[in-house]
Write a protein that binds this ligand. Structure first.
Ligand SMILES: Nc1ncnc2c1ncn2[C@@H]1O[C@H](COP(=O)(O)OP(=O)(O)O)[C@@H](O)[C@H]1O
Ligand SMILES: [Mg+2]
Length: 264
């Protein structure tokens, strides 16, 4: 039994008396790779912001990397979590280079001049960019990169930190086919490491999920429709119920794909 990296017990998120998420009870073990799926507006990003120590739960208990939310410094906890997503991209400075953006992943900081880096770290940042096929933008400003390039830079940044927990909110959004496959390959390689982080990956298509996906949770209108081992949850009936559309799931070499069938 692996130790829990994320432990949610009956958590809810309410904004202006509207419940956006919950109650959610979920336990993510060390090294597990969770897929988080659901229709637009289901509450995926909101749930990720809670796990990512960006906000507190309105009710229930949330423990992340051993720290209980509400009893810990959120900023310090956030620095221990790798994150990719629109909100992260928006908080980073645009005029620094892509390589410097990667470097900020080490301490989860937002600007490179708040820390110093040695030659090995500079090299590793460059190698990570190469891995995601964007070594050519390493000295280019982050804001001048295309959306797909920025997303790859953020992926490299999240992996640079060697965090115990990685939160990926639609990491393949705006990324082309080679980019998506580089992402999937990197996530599979990561999962095979002895010190693999726990990962929660929000995805819109099953094709974005690595074969290493071990678990999945489906959200609809803030509530959990299904949760558990990926092979059971990423299946016709739970996904059809979650999206309100009859879908058929196929699996090949560990990878998933889904398409609509007859009307639901
Ligand atoms: N700060 C907020 N205030 C009010 N409503 C919000 C806020 N943030 C998100 N929402 C709403 O909560 C719901 C879930 O949003 P979100 O978590 O972004 O969904 P998803 O990521 O699954 O598409 C949506 O209906 C969204 O409009
Ligand atoms: Mg979202």
């Amino acid at each position: 039994m692996s130790a829990a990296v994320v432990e949610l017990s009956g958590v809810t998120v309410e904004v202006a008396a509207r419940r956006l998420v919950g109650p959610v009870t979920l336990s993510v073990g060390s090294g597990e790779h969770w897929a988080l799926l659901g229709p637009n507006g289901a509450g995926k990003t909101t749930l990720l912001s809670l796990i990512g120590a960006v906000r507190h739960p309105s009710a229930g208990e949330a423990t992340v990397l051993g720290e209980r939310l509400g009893h810990t410094d959120l900023r310090a906890l956030r620095a221990r979590i790798g994150a990719v997503g629109q909100s992260v991209a928006g908080r980073l400075p645009g005029h620094v280079t892509a390589r410097e953006i990667v470097l900020t992943g080490r301490d989860g900081i937002l600007a490179p001049w708040w820390a110093s880096f040695d030659a090995a770290e500079l090299r590793e940042a460059g190698e990570l960019l190469e891995h995601f096929h964007c070594g050519h933008v390493s000295e280019q400003s982050f804001e001048s990169c295309s959306q797909g390039e920025r997303q790859r830079v953020l992926l490299a940044r999240s992996l640079f930190g060697r965090h115990g927990l990685l939160l990926l909110d639609e990491p393949a959004a705006g990324v082309d086919l080679p980019g998506r496959e580089a992402l999937v390959g990197a996530l599979d390689t990561l999962a095979a490491r002895a010190d693999a982080p726990a990962v929660v990956q929000v995805a819109h298509t099953l094709e974005e999920l690595p074969a290493a996906t071990s678990h999945a949770v489906l959200l609809r209108e803030g509530r959990v429709v299904a949760s558990g081992p990926a092979g059971e949850v990423l299946a016709d009936a739970p996904l059809s119920a979650c999206f309100g559309l009859a879908v058929r799931v196929e699996r090949s070499s560990g990878r998933y794909s889904a398409r609509a069938t007859a009307s639901w």
